[in-house]
Each structure stands twice: as structure tokens, then as C-alpha cells.
Design a protein around this ligand. Structure first.
Ligand code: ZN
Length: 109
């Protein structure tokens, strides 16, 4: 399994709603149960890191899970995703992660 898929499985398990049977993640935008979500990287994109380091965009701090419909409309929602991830993980942890990356451009949380 490649890194992208490993991270996706880990996020799926971490964020699944275990109050439903079977457990299932919910779309980060509309909240619908989404057994096969799309993973959307929003903060760090491929162009922000050197080519050989692009695997680092697949990190739970950088990724939200979306249903197909919401993924198609995800452009322009970065502020919403950022606030959601800060609520989930805390700004400090995310900034620490950002500072550990070989960024080609400055990225602010
Ligand atoms: Zn949705």
C-alpha cells in the first residue's frame, strides 16, 4: 500500500463515527456518512515541496475526507478546512508539522 492509501486508511479509522453500525466516516463538509470518501489535501500542495518530498502532503493534518459531491466544490474552502483541523488537532501541533517540512514557499496556518 502506498503512503497516500496508508494515511487515508489511518484517517478513515481515526475519524469514523463509531456510533453507527457499521462505523463510517462523515464528510467533513456536509456530514453525510461516507464509506468511501475522497481525501483532499488543502494546506500543503504538491507544488509547495520538492518533487521527491511530495509524499509529505499525505498527512492527517493536511487532509480532510469528503464525499464526492463536496469534493467537487472544495475549491475556496481552505479557511473552513483550516479551522476544522485546528479544532481537531490544535494549531500548535500543525505549526510544528509545517515547520518540519522542506517547504519551497512560506505557508501560514
Ligand atoms: Zn459532503
Amino acid at each position: 500500500m502506498n503512503k497516500r492509501n496508508r494515511v487515508k486508511v489511518a484517517i478513515w479509522l481515526e475519524r469514523a463515527d463509531y456510533g453507527v453500525d457499521p462505523p463510517c466516516p462523515r464528510c467533513d463538509v456536509c456530514g453525510e456518512l461516507t464509506p468511501e470518501p475522497d481525501m483532499h489535501a488543502f494546506l500543503i500542495r504538491r507544488g509547495h515541496v520538492p518533487k521527491r518530498k511530495q509524499g509529505c502532503i499525505w498527512h492527517k493534518f493536511n487532509c480532510v475526507l469528503l464525499c464526492r459531491t463536496c469534493h467537487e466544490q472544495a475549491d475556496g474552502m481552505d479557511d473552513y478546512f483550516r479551522d476544522l483541523q485546528i479544532m481537531r488537532y490544535g494549531a500548535e501541533a500543525i505549526v510544528e508539522w509545517l515547520n518540519s517540512l522542506p517547504l519551497k514557499v512560506e505557508v501560514r496556518l
